[in-house]
Design a protein around this ligand. Structure first.
Ligand code: ZN
Length: 886
């Protein structure tokens, strides 16, 4: 807990470390009621620092009980060093020296899940970003890189498996039923990549032969009952290794690569060198217990952490302000990997929908920050959608600007130039510039300016001159600490469609001949006119194809024009986007009617558009499913000036019911055909199967709105006869949201009875109920908190129940009596003492108060005030609450 007001750390204050740690020798003696950590640090003055005297050495350390300390073998007495709550300082006598320290720590009491802690019966670590200082006194900063040797000792029977980074070099028994093992990591690394694991684990083994014919042992360690759920992760790992060789020329560098699955983990997974530690939700997957979405998440996270071996580990960050250097780049890499493994267009649609709903909301709220933040109190609060997802969009724009080959030249140069170094986002950009002979200085504003740019586009066609002009006006709203923004470089991929839907040739004014029919125009000015010549007819523009920049684009399309683009646009993403824009227009009209108390009237053009989608047998089924998915309530809130959750929910549900009635026969055919295929073929975690199940399940969710007995029967048949969690959970979810009380209760009870021993499946069971938009959700959630499978100490449980209620159930969370807000604040206060990182993340929905009406704003702010006044706050929660109220 915080003992003093947390202070701001600024990027502009960065200073290179005074001392370096060439070698780190660690010994862990793990016991049930404490752990002893001995650290020997071989240190020297940083030669890069100005000459002169020897400054004091200030090591980071928190919650450590210092047992002994020596300098060059001489034990130090109490007066020879200074200790405060987070540092140990001493005065070195020479430029090279060795520090030995012994500390006692308590992993068995660590509920924050940072540093060394216990997940169930196993010991594990999480050191990123600043967790290593809770293990031993150290220079806990990413620009101090060291060669680590780690010895662990533990009781043999309970902890037969002892792991750390790198290669195993020795092991043996000890007296008293204990044993030990030593691991050595030949690569220099910062402390945040350190890891150890001790437990009773089984492993699935495989191997991979690298491009230079080296054999790498692959091991996935899990608790014995999960050994049957590792194959998908192993397949994903091998695909990732192959892909990184092919697409980036990157080979794995150790002889062994290990993944360990743990149940208690704050985030998705962690890329510790050679020893990735994963939230079990991102490793374990088999048909019977994990949905298609979970399978895809496992594939993506395994790839993400594996890709970090180069983008993050071999080349790491100089300081935490540079976090997007590794995270934005690695998200971009895993997104491209997933696009190559599955459907590229569907992956892009999912990512863009997620970015626009959640990152845009973050960018419009009190915690908004640039991709490279300039200040923070608590770095854990900056593992954000902006750093990760917008950071990935920024890397994508660089590739769009320099082309795929130029991007590969740039990444080759980056890895070659900076291998073994801790670098900055500027170094990444410089490599891209040098490899391509381009100037990205204006482009770099994407790293330094926060907020989502708007790009308003208008057109003018001159039939006599055959010219067509598009006027682009960009602007960017103020964000905390940043009022005036300079123009961004916005790459706009576009095409022009003729009256028959054909692609028109694109010749810019001043060009000798037409170029490609889809091309990228860079918008660099606040206002910029782009003129095409030889335009034989009035065209319809297709703008921002593939979502080529993370901006809010507006163009005055009519609904008929959007329907035309849905049919004819050559870009698959933009066909979907036209459908979304049409739905948004129609839904916003219904929201207006709802607010005015009028009878709701659905624009029948939306029915017609979706009918053509369903009738089109040549469309990819996953695309049909995406096109049928109306924009979510959270997205509709994000794009509203003032989000009226009741009107949005009412309007969207009305539209869904109208669509279900009007398209019943087509939906029923699609449902039955796909359910029949599911019945006849075994489950496969492959794009074609994902596609057909997603269409089957969205069709079912529409069909259930009809209330017809044959649909209920079909739903129950799917629930009882299916062989996989994708169909099972979808059936449960539609029942939970239906009026069939008896069937609902029975389905929930038998699901829980069957899966009570599988925590990941129970998470799904909690979520489905927490997200149910019918009345009474809060009472249900409160009751579920008493369920034996629930605990506040497990982050997955917190996210599944409390997170799903606050984030995915707007009508219930935003109840105008404030009960949802009060409940969330109570949970944040309780979690603040247990797990500050999770407490701060859970706060997200309360920080968005600016979106709602005055009554709700006041209620939300009152709860933030109550949290602020509740006592000793962690720096994590304090930063979010104080910024939200500022
Ligand atoms: Zn990452």
């Amino acid at each position: 807990m915080r003992t003093e007001q947390p202070k701001m750390i600024y990027l502009k204050d960065y200073q290179a470390p005074d001392y370096l740690i060439d070698e780190t020798h660690l010994t862990f003696e793990l016991f049930e009621d404490h752990t002893l950590v001995h650290a020997q640090l071989v240190m020297r003055r940083n030669p890069a620092c100005a000459a002169g005297g020897l400054p004091a050495l200030v090591l980071d350390g928190q919650e450590l009980e210092l047992l002994s300390l020596s300098l060059d073998g001489e034990t130090l007495a109490a007066g020879d060093y200074q200790l405060d709550a987070s540092h140990l300082s001493l005065q070195p006598k020479s430029a090279s020296f060795v520090i030995d320290s012994s500390v006692r720590i308590h992993p068995e009491r660590n509920t924050a899940l940072e540093g060394l802690y216990k997940s169930g019966s196993m010991f594990c670590t999480q050191c990123e970003a600043e967790g290593f200082r809770k293990i031993t006194y150290y220079l806990d900063r990413p620009d101090v890189m060291s060669k680590f040797t780690t010895t662990l000792s533990a009781e043999q029977h309970s902890y037969p498996v002892l792991l750390s980074n790198g290669n195993p070099i020795a092991s043996g028994p000890e007296e008293g039923g204990r044993h030990w093992a030593t691991w050595q990591d030949p690569f220099m690394k910062p402390a945040y990549l350190f890891a150890l694991v001790a437990g009773d684990l089984w492993c699935v083994e495989d191997s991979f032969t690298t491009m230079s014919a080296r054999e790498v042992a692959l091991r996935i360690y899990v608790e014995p009952e999960n050994i049957d759920k590792c194959q998908h992760a192993m397949d994903s790992l091998k695909k990732s290794m192959q892909w990184d060789e092919q697409v980036y020329g990157r080979e794995y560098d150790l002889d062994i690569f290990m993944i360990v699955a743990v149940n208690d983990f704050n985030m998705g997974a962690m890329e510790n060198k050679g020893l990735n530690i994963f939230n079990s939700s991102c490793v374990l997957a088999k048909a019977e217990t994990a949905t298609d979405a979970a399978h895809q998440r496992v594939e993506a996270v395994v790839a993400h952490e594996y890709f970090h071996n180069w983008s993050g580990n071999r080349v790491t960050c100089r300081d935490w302000f540079q976090l997007s250097l590794k995270e934005g780049f690695t998200v971009f890499r895993d997104a491209e990997f997933s696009a190559d493994m599955n459907s590229r267009t569907v992956k892009r649609i999912e990512d863009v929908a997620y970015l626009r709903t959640h990152q845009f909301a973050e960018d419009a709220g009190p915690m908004a920050h640039p991709v490279r933040p300039e200040a923070f109190m608590e770095i854990s609060n900056f593992y954000t959608l902006t750093v990760y997802e917008k950071g990935s969009e920024v890397v994508r724009m660089i590739r769009t600007l320099v082309g795929a080959e130029g991007f590969r030249r740039g990444s080759d140069l980056y890895f070659e130039r900076h291998d073994g170094q801790a670098v900055t986002c500027d170094d990444f950009i410089k490599a891209m510039e040098d490899a391509n002979g381009v100037d990205l200085s204006q482009f770099k504003r994407w790293y330094s300016q926060g907020g989502t740019p708007r790009l308003a586009v208008s057109e003018a066609y001159d039939g006599a001159a055959k010219t067509y002009s598009l006027t682009f006006k960009q602007s960017c709203p103020a964000t905390p600490g940043q009022r005036d923004k300079q123009p961004f470089v916005i790459p706009v991929e576009l095409g022009l469609l003729g009256a028959q839907g054909q692609a028109l040739p694109l010749r810019l004014q001043g060009e000798a001949a037409a170029g490609a029919a889809s091309r990228v125009i860079s918008i660099t000015e606040a206002e910029q006119v782009v003129t095409f010549v030889d335009v034989a007819e009035q065209p319809l523009p297709s703008l921002l194809r593939g979502f080529s920049a993370p901006v809010k684009l507006s163009f005055p399309y009519s609904r008929d024009q959007l329907m035309f683009l849905m049919q004819h646009d050559a870009d698959g993403f933009n066909r979907w986007e036209a459908g979304q824009q049409l739905s948004v227009q129609v839904l916003q009209e219904l929201v207006g009617q709802y607010q005015r108390g009028e009878t709701l009237q659905l624009d029948q053009r939306l029915v017609g558009a979706l009918r053509s989608v369903l009738e089109n047998a040549s469309l990819d089924q996953a695309m049909v499913a995406e096109l049928l998915s109306l924009p979510g309530e959270a997205y509709l809130s994000e794009i509203s000036e003032v989000a009226d959750v009741d009107a949005i929910h009412g309007a969207r549900e009305f539209a869904r019911k109208q669509l279900a009635d009007a398209l019943f026969d087509l939906l029923w055919q699609r449902y039955q055909a796909n359910r029949e295929l599911s019945r006849r073929t075994a489950y496969l975690a492959e794009a074609e199967h994902f596609a057909r199940r997603s269409l089957q399940n969205i069709a079912l969710s529409y069909l259930m709105l009809s209330g017809k007995p044959e649909v209920l029967a079909a739903c129950l048949e799917q629930l009882e006869a299916c062989d996989n969690m994708t169909e099972r959970l979808a059936a449960v979810a539609v029942l939970v949201n239906s009026p069939f009380e008896e069937e609902k209760a029975k389905a929930l009870a038998s699901f829980a009875d069957f899966f009570k021993d599988n925590p990941l499946v129970m998470d799904q069971w909690f979520s489905v109920q927490a997200a149910c938009s019918l009345p009474g959700a809060l009472a249900r959630v409160q009751q579920l908190m008493e369920h034996p499978a629930f605990t506040l100490k497990n982050p997955n449980k917190v996210r599944a129940l409390i997170g799903a209620f606050a984030g995915q159930n707007p009508v219930n969370f935003h109840q105008v009596d404030g009960s949802g807000y009060r409940f969330l604040a109570d949970q944040v206060i309780a979690l603040n003492a247990l797990n500050p990182q999770i407490a701060a993340r859970l706060l997200g929905p309360l920080t968005r108060w600016g979106k709602y009406d005055d009554t709700r704003q006041a209620l939300m702010k009152a709860e933030l005030e109550r949290i602020l006044a509740s006592g000793e706050l962690s720096s994590d929660v304090f930063e979010v609450v104080s910024k939200s109220l500022a």
